[in-house]
Write a protein that binds this ligand. Structure first.
Ligand code: ADP
Ligand code: TYD
Length: 201
């Protein structure tokens, strides 16, 4: 049986990585096999992207092209894990390219470019005010990356809000709540997809 493909999205500092780990633990506690992954990936293109994010030495259009290349390889791996029966929990995916890319590129073009990729079964957008996210990331990081300015995060957040209908089964979660409250919302969403089919026939 195919595993579930679950994607977490949201601006930097929204809490994706924190919630992804909780989700993995939860799914494993239910006896499921889980693969936690992320974009940019840990592969060679992903590593190149991380260098550019730090160095800020590339324009956004070229950067998003690298993300698309990274994703093409990543989706092959995701597909094979799903076929082996693993649930795949992915920290960022297509909506990141569309939302961050839209700072400099027409959003319709970005949507078209991302249609080719495998659709997630569940997409969770963690929505948080940029001021809160910005405070969190400046506390957690020594230096700001490519997109970590308040005004950019505010625009990316609006783009995410406009993307709720890009995939079916997309859910908006309030990321300004505590880690545990936020997790409770996510757990409830995912739980609904784990329910066994009707027991009584
Ligand atoms: P992202 O992966 O979206 O950038 P992280 O999960 O890495 O976000 O969280 C960024 C920082 O904010 C971390 O220091 C984390 O502990 C903290 N954090 C995450 N979620 C919350 C929350 N709901 N409330 C307060 N702090 C949080
Ligand atoms: P990451 O470390 O994942 O960010 P976070 O702070 O959320 O953990 O860094 C990835 C950065 O790259 C982040 O600013 C979002 C951006 N990005 C894109 O611009 N396009 C994409 O397709 C992806 C996957 C990420």
């Amino acid at each position: 049986m195919l595993g579930l493909f679950i994607v977490l999205e949201g601006i930097d500092g929204s809490g994706k990585t924190t919630q992804a780990k909780k989700l993995v633990n939860f799914l494993r506690s239910r006896g499921r096999r889980v693969w936690l992954t992320r974009e940019p990936t840990d592969g060679s293109i992903g590593r190149e992207i991380r260098r550019h994010l730090q160095a800020k030495d590339i324009d956004n259009e070229s950067l998003q092209k690298l993300f698309l290349q990274d994703r093409r390889e990543h989706v092959r791996e995701i597909n094979s894990k799903l076929r082996e029966g693993y649930d795949v929990v992915c920290d960022r995916y297509t909506l990141s390219t569309i939302a961050y890319g839209s700072l400099n590129i027409a959003i319709e073009k970005l949507k078209k470019l991302n249609k080719e990729f495998l659709k997630p079964d569940i997409t969770i957008i963690i929505d948080v005010e940029p001021e809160i996210a910005f405070r969190r990331i400046t506390r957690a990081r020594s230096r700001n990356e490519y997109f970590d300015t308040l005004s950019k995060l505010a625009r990316v957040r609006q783009a995410y809000l406009s993307l709720q209908d890009f995939y079916p089964n997309t859910f908006l979660v309030d990321g300004s709540k505590s880690i545990e409250e936020c997790w409770e919302e996510i757990r409830r969403i995912v739980q609904n997809f784990l329910q066994p089919a009707s027991c009584c026939n």
